[in-house]
Design a protein around this ligand. Structure first.
Ligand code: SF4
Length: 489
């Protein structure tokens, strides 16, 4: 049990190579004992406690270092219901201590070479290298100077040269739209995207049918990336097939299962194959899958770090490690949002970070409660985010009462008001009547969203019911995709 962080059940990290110096090994053990008792420290060697209200983020089972996941609730962690969500504890303590704005700095992924090692001696080394050294006496003599030098010292400790995370907005460094999706959004057209789950096997027959249904109705289609930790055809392969079939893909790329090397490699490969829209996700934990579960700690980066890395590759022409790229890849970068996960003020912090890191468009979890969705938009507006990112509001047409109950009761981050679940129940046992009720609910929500300022379009997730998408678009009089004047990809 630690004094400041939620309980930690993961073992502390070990260095990848044994430290040869005995005094250093002893010092590391001493540091670990103290930090374990205070912070539940996992000895990640890349301490960011000052940015997380002195709560250790490595006690999050996904190891997220930049904010909560879409499934977090005030009561418990999505992955381990026996413990609170680490990031809720961080947000609440940061709020109490007046340190919310410190939560905006984009924290670096772990440097594997530092993992399992001491950090205190590292801070001493950085202090000795300071041009004008932090002087403890200045705490009394000149508090402003002391604070500045303290901040500089710990910024150097937590932000390595190859990362240099900050809390500023970095607008894209290119002018012409990179994809039809981006062109449509920039033109101000109310833009509709949809979602397709790639095939469960190696045949494209089912995907061909789904692409055919959506082709003339949506600007682009998302291809999910083994969502719920359940393997399907890769998002990359399904996206390439869609591209070749004339439907622009949004390739979902999740951090789970991939190291930073694999993420960069897949994103570069996608750019090389002509895929321009990338949706960057942290991903569901392996415990959401059918099992047997992969070994824990499968997250090398989170979505914010992916966005930061890919944006810098595109706009600054550098790899994560700082090496120059010969040719910059071109991506229109997106992220997911969960308006009904945590309170809007917390979700807005998370969104602020994603936008600062590089998110240009956002697709949200499904909206069933328009009033609460407006509260989330308002929280984003207070952070001046609405003119920096295109928001595509999520719509899920409910296919059955059973699906409504499942989503309302089992899917973290989705909120369906009881009256909507009741309407589905009231449709009776007839499957067709339930479907018609689901369509009617979706059409009502679309009407409200069309008239909502601040959103740029819709993202329709008709899970295994893609043939309903054209009907929703036609009956709600949503604009069909318009091919713009830029070169087709
Ligand atoms: S709910 Fe998500 S963000 Fe919170 S501790 Fe669990 S895995 Fe981490």
């Amino acid at each position: 049990m630690s004094l400041f962080s939620p309980p930690r059940y993961q073992a502390p990290f070990k260095p990848y190579r044994r430290e040869e110096s005995t005094p250093i090994r002893l010092f590391t053990s001493f540091e670990q004992g103290v930090k374990s008792a205070l912070f539940g420290c996992r000895m990640c060697g890349n301490c960011i406690l000052q940015e997380t209200a002195f709560v250790c983020p490595m006690t999050c089972p996904k190891g997220l270092r930049n904010g909560l996941c879409g499934g977090a609730t005030p009561d418990q962690c999505e992955v381990d219901p026996s413990r609170p969500c680490t990031w809720y504890v961080i947000y609440e303590r940061a709020e109490r201590l007046g340190r919310e704005e410190r939560l905006l700095e984009i924290n670096a992924p772990l440097d594997g070479a530092r993992v399992g090692r001491e950090t205190w001696l590292d801070v001493v080394r950085l202090w000795r290298e300071q041009e004008e050294r932090l002087n403890p006496l200045d705490f009394v003599r000149d508090r402003e100077k002391f604070s500045q030098q303290w901040d500089d010292l710990f910024y150097a400790a937590r932000q390595p040269d190859w990362w240099q995370g900050d809390s500023a907005y970095h607008p894209p460094a290119y002018s012409e739209p990179l994809s039809r999706l981006e062109a449509s959004l920039r033109a101000g057209t109310f833009t509709v995207t949809a979602e397709i789950a790639p095939p469960l096997d190696a045949s494209f027959a089912v995907e061909a049918k789904k692409v055919g249904w959506l082709h003339d109705h949506v600007v682009a289609a998302n291809f999910t990336d083994s969502a719920s930790a359940t393997p399907r055809m890769s998002s990359l392969a399904a996206s390439v097939y869609s591209l070749q079939s004339g439907l622009e893909p949004v390739m979902q790329l999740q951090a789970r299962d991939r190291t930073r090397v694999a993420i960069a490699a897949d994103a570069i490969g996608a750019a090389g194959l002509g895929i321009r829209n990338l949706l960057c996700l942290s991903g569901d934990h392996h415990s959401a899958g059918p099992g047997p579960m992969a070994k824990p700690d499968q997250f090398d980066l989170d979505a914010v770090q992916m966005l930061w890395m890919l944006r810098r590759m595109r706009d600054e022409g550098i790899y994560l490690d700082g090496r120059a790229m010969k040719t910059r890849p071109q991506w229109f970068l997106g992220a997911a949002a969960s308006p009904f996960g945590a309170p809007p003020k917390f979700e807005a912090i998370r969104m602020h970070k994603k936008v600062n890191a590089g998110a240009q468009f956002v697709q949200t979890q499904p909206i069933f409660d328009h009033a609460r969705f407006l509260e989330w938009l308002e929280a984003l507006d207070q952070r001046s985010l609405l003119d920096k990112v295109y928001i595509l509001a999520g719509i899920i047409p409910l296919k059955s009462a059973k699906a409504a109950h499942f989503m309302a009761e089992e899917v973290a981050g989705v909120y369906i008001p009881p009256e909507i679940v009741q309407r589905m129940d009231d449709a009776g046992d007839d499957k067709l009547a339930q479907q018609e009720t689901g369509v009617a609910i979706a059409l009502e929500l679309i009407e409200k969203l069309k008239a909502t300022p601040g959103i740029a379009g819709l993202h329709i997730m008709a899970v295994h019911w893609e043939e309903i998408v054209p009907r929703l678009i036609d009956e709600s009089d949503l604009p069909r995709p318009v091919v713009r004047g830029h070169a087709p990809i």
